[in-house]
Design a protein around this ligand. Structure first.
Ligand SMILES: [Zn+2]
Length: 199
């Protein structure tokens, strides 16, 4: 993923950084109660005291999808683009009961914890974003461990034919723990941004 990336024109191009984008975090929305049925709200991002983006959210009455509405202008671009993007929500069962919610990436359909705000909102993988922060190595390690488990279970984390229930259970448990760790890293960052007036 990292380095040596080429764009369509065949020129080497640096990956853009996760930190360059505003994003919606599913756990943040959950904690704030913004995924309840029929919720409407506006999230704003500020950086250094200046407005850095605004997204309107409307959750449907069964809380199975939400619509993101915003205008966005890519760096260097002249015109603003109006985006009106439905995002499906899905849930996977947690090993110890309860549910974990996900966004379904509108581009690839995979479950994702974060949707990045750009002209075509999507998950980090679709946008080929990399992490810049000090926790980059750790994030990548956790990410790769998750990928390995996804390789065994599939991205929908279903039990493959022939796999023993307890094996699946162990893998899923491990997956959710890794996920929680990633979430914590992001949570720390969002809190930090909040403290700095970034969120
Ligand atoms: Zn995607």
């Amino acid at each position: 993923m990292r380095g040596g990336c080429r764009n369509g024109a065949g020129r080497p191009r640096q990956h853009e950084k996760v930190e360059d984008y505003n994003y919606l975090s599913i756990s943040y929305l959950c904690r704030q109660g913004l995924l309840m049925p029929s919720t409407k709200g506006t999230l704003t991002w500020t950086r250094n005291g200046e407005k850095a983006g605004k997204v309107k959210i409307e959750v449907d009455d069964s809380a199975s999808s939400l619509i993101l509405m915003y205008s966005v202008r890519l760096r260097g671009a002249e015109n603003w683009k109006e985006v009106n993007q439905p995002i499906e929500l899905s849930a996977t069962a947690c090993h110890y009961g309860g549910q974990r919610k996900w966004f379904k990436c509108p581009q690839c359909g995979r479950n994702t914890a974060n949707i990045y705000i750009t002209t075509k909102p999507a998950c980090r993988k679709c946008l080929k974003l990399v992490y810049q922060s000090q926790s980059e190595t750790l994030v990548w390690r956790i990410w790769n461990m998750k990928r390995k488990i996804e390789g065994k279970l599939g991205t929908a984390l279903q039990k493959p034919k022939g796999m023993h229930r307890s094996t699946r259970s162990k893998l899923l448990d491990r997956y959710l723990k890794l996920d929680k760790r990633l979430d914590d890293i992001f949570y720390v960052r969002i809190e930090k941004w909040k403290a700095q007036g970034w969120w």
